[in-house]
Design a protein around this ligand. Structure first.
Ligand code: ADP
Ligand code: ZN
Length: 219
């Protein structure tokens, strides 16, 4: 199964993807996570991406398309995969179509997680991420059992992402509306898009998503 998870920043793409990875053993490909790793390791790509990510802008299509292309060619993607945070521009969507064609693969479904801007702001300013394993927490809705600073999955340190502050979040939303929102129509026209209400808790979102996958005969 090949799934794209679309949605504004804070819609729950990463958290939903992590649960789906566990349930269906599907690798989650998060371009955001991959970029954060490049930044942490101080690679050439990381150096180019760091300030762009801090401001809430988008890293260039060329860099991202390359990263993605190399990733989906790896062995663990043979059984299918989920894309979280890619594509994010029309150019990336067109490039993804080309990559899929080259590899004789098809996108099965594009899930559009729907949330309001107000909720996005609340969710993102209260998000915490594990430095070691990447697990995603929320100090209100999904706190770690070990408190605000320690990951209850691996004991790693929890931190607040550099782009999870109010000013950057507002810019990320503007960029989302301008560059990513057009993908909804792009995939609607291909008959691949399904909306999932994502205002509720993660358990409800996962339930709706599983039901959708069953209806579509994907699981
Ligand atoms: P979110 O979806 O919560 O905004 P991500 O972790 O997916 O966050 O991405 C963080 C940042 O990484 C983005 O704001 C952007 O700068 C960069 N990025 C991630 N994916 C892409 C992409 N497909 N194209 C361009 N930039 C990207
Ligand atoms: Zn951890």
């Amino acid at each position: 199964m090949i799934l794209i998870i679309l949605g504004a920043p804070g819609a729950g793409k990463g958290t939903t993807g992590d649960v789906m990875t566990k349930e269906f053993n599907l690798p989650k490909i998060s371009t955001g996570d991959m970029l954060r790793k490049e930044v942490k390791e101080g690679t050439e790509i990381g150096k180019k991406a760091e300030s762009i990510m801090k401001s809430g802008g988008l890293v260039s299509d060329d860099i991202i398309n390359n990263i993605l292309k190399n990733r989906v060619k790896q062995a663990d993607c043979k059984k299918g995969f989920m894309l979280d945070g890619y594509p994010r521009t029309l150019n990336q969507a067109v490039e993804l179509d080309k990559t899929m064609k080259e590899l004789s693969l098809n996108i099965d479904l594009v899930v559009n997680l729907q949330v309001s801007d107000a909720l996005v702001l609340k969710r993102l300013t209260s998000r915490r991420v594990c430095k070691s394993c990447g697990a995603i927490f929320n100090i209100f809705s999904q706190p770690s059992a070990k408190g605000e600073k320690i990951c209850d999955k691996c004991g790693g340190e929890l931190y607040q992402r550099a782009d999870d502050n109010e000013a950057t979040i507002k810019n990320r939303l503007t960029v989302y509306m301008r560059d990513t929102q057009p993908l909804i129509e792009f995939y609607q026209q291909k008959g691949l898009l399904s909306d999932v209400a994502a205002e509720k808790g993660i358990a409800e979102i996962i339930d709706s998503l599983k039901k959708l996958l069953k209806d579509k005969k994907l699981v």
